[in-house]
Write a new protein. Structure first.
Lengths: 416, 229
């Protein structure tokens, strides 16, 4: 206890050096923890986007692109699947529910997703959360649309608004001007990519493209009033989500879909594909962690330099402590305590700063990127970082401590 | 005779190098309760002798009976504990831990060693610290940082720290060298008075022979140390 008080007073008397050292260590802890939390936030956010879906099915192709465009609205699909195949699996005895998805159009940078009622009924995210309408109703008519909450808030749209969708993605000059859609509903916020899309019915998707051939519109656009559901025929969709009746049947279904004779299809298990994605991204994560680690090393070296350079002027102090009956081991302890106190204080401050910053930026980050920072608690890895910083700090303290110990023995009463 | 001796060195030989002994003492006795003056020029082995008495150094041969214990038969830690609980030490200057207040400096020996704490008459350690600091005329500086004190004030704080908890032996190594002539006598008056109150044996080392008359006993290091001759 006396030693701890001595170490504390000693550090406090060198306030400026101590503060700078603590600050540099805190900064590196802030970086380490920040990078780790954002990484985990991203993972939780991604994994939370889709839950209770056992398989994602699309045209034959890579599993990662399928997951990215079907669920996260990143990239495009090259091939469609026939509606007949969809209906075959939708009615399969092992299947609990399916959600058809037809992508390809956009509106002012936001994707348009054509789907049906199953989407509103069965889509789940972050465990067991279902989609809720903040305003209005589900789309029923051909030219009715529902907005994700981000779409509504960023474009300042409200119920009853007429919107014109573009063919293809942003920047396309082909606009479905003949067939404007009416906003009939706005979804509640989910903090997932769901917020950043516009939802129409499969009928609407077909109606927009009625008369189109080979990706080009008909010369004479067909006006909205002349299109009826009975005229429309749904031929293709982009992908569908599937929930099987039991976990056991998922693997059988996946195999059955992948070997489906009438049409080449790909069925993926979203959680497994996400794991592939993380392993792709882990290189970037490692690079960031290495940079943070290097900052930590610099911080600890700053501490070592500060403690070591103070040693010479402290020889006198050590001699006095020796006459007071402190043994060489206690002198050693004093110096170890100093480095441990610095690194522990740095770690605690860095940790506090990291969580303060994360707390402060959680709302804009969640709104803009859908990364749920607020949901991220303390992970084992953060615990490891903090323990590692304190242990490394204590270990580095051995260098000045051993010098002080030797001084204590060699100098005796002579130091001066 | 042996019981009354606070220090009894016999046939002591010390040197960092085996062939060139720095200190050779046939017999050196300091009677308990006396004030002893040691004088000699620098380089005569003063600090080495004090190192042996305090147990910071160990002789290559001979015995060092100090306050009833043979230091040569004790462990390093045992000697450190013995020194901390039974001895007070005053350097020429820079006696104080620079980052502690006057109060913390004076209290430190009793916090390091329980035995010194038990020797205190008042109920709490802080009462004793305050009494001593008041006795030495430093009351206004009690919670002041020691770096803000003059040299004379610092030396008085050093007395307080050396005698708190009534150690049996107080050693002062050139304690007056950094003081001017007028302050020297005041310092000695105070040191004697305080050592009397604590009933401590006092060894004072100095090259200033004018101080000699005020001591019970005076010895020259050249008489004690036969190594250099």
């Amino acid at each position: 206890m006396t030693m701890l008080r001595l170490a504390y007073s000693s550090l406090r008397s060198r306030m400026f050096t101590t503060a700078m050292t603590v600050f540099s260590i805190a900064l590196s802890v802030l970086l380490l923890v920040g990078v780790d939390r954002v990484r985990q936030g991203t993972q939780v956010g991604f994994e939370g986007t889709l839950s209770q879906t056992d398989l994602v099915v699309g045209a034959r192709g890579g599993s990662l692109p399928l997951l990215l465009y079907a669920v996260f609205h990143i990239g495009t699909s090259n091939n469609e699947i026939s509606f007949a195949s969809y209906q075959h699996f939708a009615g399969h005895p092992a299947v609990l529910w399916t959600i058809p998805l037809s992508l390809g159009d956009s509106h002012r940078g936001f994707r348009v997703v054509a789907t049906d009622d199953n989407f509103y009924q069965h889509y789940r995210y972050r465990g067991d959360r279902s989609l809720q309408l903040a305003e209005g109703t589900r789309p029923v008519g051909i030219f009715e649309a529902v907005l994700g909450s981000t779409v509504a808030s960023q474009l300042h749209y409200h119920l009853g608004q007429k919107i014109v969708l573009s063919h293809g993605l942003e920047g396309s000059f082909l606009r479905h001007t003949a067939d404007p859609f009416t906003v009939v509903g706005i979804l509640a916020r989910t903090a997932t990519p769901v917020d950043r899309a516009i939802y129409i019915t499969l009928w609407g998707d077909e109606a927009m493209h009625l008369g189109w051939q080979n990706g080009a519109p008909p010369l004479q656009a067909i006006p909205e009033s002349q299109i009826h559901k009975s005229d429309l025929h749904i031929n293709t969709i982009s992908a569908f989500l599937l929930r099987s009746k039991s976990r056991m049947s998922t693997l059988y279904l996946q195999r059955e879909i992948n070997t489906y004779q009438p049409e080449p299809l790909t069925a993926i298990i979203p959680a497994l594909t996400l794991r592939d994605l993380w392993s792709v991204l882990s290189a970037a994560d490692v690079a960031l962690s290495l940079v943070s680690g290097a900052v930590l090393v610099v911080g600890l070296l700053v501490m070592l330099t500060a403690l070591y350079t103070a040693l010479n002027e402290r020889r006198r102090e050590i001699a006095v402590l020796r006459t007071l009956g402190l043994n060489a081991r206690q002198i050693f302890t004093l110096f170890i305590l100093e480095s441990t106190l610095i690194s522990a204080l740095g770690a605690i401050l860095g940790l506090a700063a990291a969580y303060l910053v994360l707390y402060a930026i959680r709302i804009p980050v969640e709104n803009r990127y859908g990364i749920p920072l607020a949901m991220v608690g303390v992970s084992l890895r953060v615990g490891y970082y903090v323990v590692a910083v304190v242990v490394l700090g204590a270990l580095l303290g051995f260098i000045p401590a051993v010098r002080a110990y030797r001084n204590a023995l060699a100098d005796g009463l002579n130091a001066g | 005779m042996a019981e009354a001796a606070a220090i009894h060195l016999r046939d002591v030989l010390f040197g960092y190098d085996r062939h060139t002994p720095l200190l050779r003492v046939d017999e050196f006795i300091v009677p308990a309760g006396k004030r002893v003056f040691l004088h000699g020029p620098s380089g005569s082995g003063k600090t080495t002798l004090l190192g042996l008495i305090t147990g910071i150094l160990l002789p290559q041969q001979g015995s060092c009976m100090v306050l009833g214990k043979d230091l040569t038969r004790m462990s390093a830690q045992g000697r450190d504990r013995h020194r901390g609980s039974e001895m007070g030490y005053i350097f020429q200057s820079f006696n104080l831990i620079p980052y502690l207040t006057v109060r913390q400096n004076v209290a430190l020996p009793c916090q390091v060693h329980e035995r010194r704490r038990r020797n205190i008459a008042p109920a709490t350690l802080m009462q004793e610290v305050e009494r001593l600091v008041l006795r030495l005329g430093l009351a206004p500086y009690l919670d002041r940082n020691v770096k803000k004190l003059s040299t004379g004030q610092q030396q008085r704080v050093a007395i307080a720290r050396a005698v708190i908890g009534r150690p049996s032996l107080v050693i002062a190594d050139e304690p007056t060298s950094s003081l001017d002539a007028e302050r020297r006598q005041d310092f000695l008056d105070l040191l004697f008075a305080i050592c009397d109150e604590a009933k401590s044996t006092l060894i004072l080392v100095s090259h200033d022979l004018s101080l000699r008359d005020r001591f019970d006993q005076s010895m020259a290091l050249s008489e004690i140390n036969r190594a250099s001759t």
